[in-house]
Design a protein around this ligand. Structure first.
Ligand code: DX5
Ligand code: ZN
Length: 220
C-alpha cells in the first residue's frame, strides 16, 4: 500500500465538507485527523465531534485518528464510536502500551503506535508483531507546516528492515513535513501511508493531492 493521507489540520474548517468531497473525487482513500489536548502537545485542536463530522462527510474514506493526548486509554471508547480505521497512540503518552493496543484492537479498529522524532525504535521491539501500524513522527508534534527532520528517514529505513527481517506486515506511516520534493524519498525508504497537511491544503487541495499521488505512483 502506498497512499497519501491528507491531514485536515491544515484544512479550511469553514469549508471542511467541501474540501473533503473534492479530495474524495481525486481518489482519497485515507484522511488523517490530529487530536491535540494542549498537554501532551502545546496546541489544542480536534475532538470526537469533528471526527464524527468527517466520517459523515466522507463515509467511504478510512479515517486515521492520531491521538496526541495524555491518558489516551480514557478516550479510546469515545473515538472508537466515530468509526475510525486506525487509532494511533503515542509511545510517550502510554504507561501500558500493550494494554492500549489490545483495547483498540478489541474494538475492531486497527491499532497504530507513534514515535516522536527523538524516541528510539527499540521502544517497540516487542510490540512490532502485534501492532497494525507504526507512525514515525518526522516533526515534533503539535503544529502543521514544519520541516521534515532529516534523521527520521533513517528511522523509516530501519523500521522497514525490521519488518522484512521479522516477516511482519504492519503499515509504516510517516507524519510531518511531507512535500512534493521529499515524498518519493520517504516512500522509497519504506513508508506506506504518508500524512500530508500543508502540502495538500495550502493552495488547491485537489491539485496538490493529485500531484503527490502521481509522484507516489511513479516511485512505487
Ligand atoms: C503534527 C501533526 C501532523 C500535521 C502535519 O503534529 O501530527 O499530522 O498535520 O502537517 P504538515 O504536513 O504540514 O507537516
Ligand atoms: Zn498527525
Amino acid at each position: 500500500m502506498k497512499v497519501i493521507s491528507p491531514s485536515i489540520l491544515s484544512a479550511d474548517f469553514t469549508r471542511l465538507g467541501e474540501q473533503l468531497e473534492l479530495l474524495l473525487s481525486e481518489g482519497m482513500e485515507y484522511v488523517h485527523v490530529d487530536v491535540m489536548d494542549g498537554h501532551f502537545v502545546p496546541n489544542i485542536t480536534i475532538g470526537p465531534l469533528v471526527c464524527d463530522a468527517v466520517k459523515r462527510a466522507v463515509p467511504t474514506v478510512k479515517m486515521d485518528v492520531h491521538l496526541m493526548i495524555e491518558k489516551p486509554g480514557e478516550y479510546i471508547d469515545v473515538f472508537a464510536e466515530t468509526g475510525p480505521e486506525i487509532i494511533y497512540v503515542h509511545v510517550e503518552a502510554a504507561h501500558h502500551l500493550d494494554r492500549l493496543v489490545s483495547q483498540i484492537q478489541q474494538k475492531g479498529i486497527r491499532a497504530g503506535v507513534v514515535l516522536n522524532p527523538a524516541s528510539p525504535l527499540s521502544l517497540l521491539e516487542h510490540l512490532l508483531p502485534v501492532v497494525d501500524a507504526v507512525l514515525v513522527m518526522s516533526v515534533n508534534p503539535g503544529f502543521g507546516g514544519q520541516s521534515f527532520i532529516p534523521y527520521c528517514l533513517d528511522k523509516i529505513r530501519r523500521l522497514d528492515e525490521l519488518r522484512k527481517a521479522g516477516k511482519l506486515s504492519f503499515v509504516i506511516a510517516v507524519d510531518g513535513g511531507l512535500t512534493l520534493e521529499n515524498v518519493s524519498e520517504i516512500s522509497a525508504a519504506g513508508a506506506n501511508l504518508m500524512v500530508a497537511g500543508s502540502a495538500v491544503f495550502h493552495g488547491n487541495p485537489g491539485t496538490n493531492f493529485r500531484k503527490l499521488t502521481e509522484i507516489l505512483n511513479r516511485t512505487r
